[in-house]
Design a protein. Structure first.
Length: 124
């Protein structure tokens, strides 16, 4: 099965992009979660951005996956930010209160800058 995420690193921040526009199916959600957790286990970066620029639809099960990924980030002492979330998906985050649980930024650049502001950079 083809990867549902791709990533790039600048040496301090790992940015992960979802390649699917619709994260609805349970198998897709499980694969995304498994790929993300494997990536978190291997990464040297302690700052991770999940970039949703290609995602247009997200199921409620996918929201649960994000909570599980955030929990793993805490276990690995990784700071996690989300960005480029579609306006309709952002409404769901607000209705469910996830916007208060997950650290959401408007853009990738804003997310990267917020790591520096809050002193999240652990390595130089």
């Amino acid at each position: 099965m083809a990867s549902l995420i791709r990533s790039e690193s600048d040496g301090e921040i790992l940015t992960v992009y979802f390649t699917e526009a619709k994260i609805l199916d349970e198998l897709v959600i499980r694969q995304c979660q498994d790929e993300l957790i494997r990536m978190l286990e291997k990464t040297q970066e302690q700052n991770v951005i999940l970039d949703f620029r290609f995602v247009k639809f997200l199921s409620s099960s996918a929201l649960g996956m994000l909570i599980r990924v955030q929990k793993r980030c805490k276990e690995f002492k990784i700071a996690l930010k989300l960005c480029n979330i579609d306006k309709e998906i952002e409404k769901v985050f607000k209705i469910t209160g996830l916007n208060k649980v997950l650290d959401i930024c408007a853009t990738n650049e804003e997310a990267a800058a917020s790591f520096k502001k809050k002193g999240f950079f652990f390595r130089k």
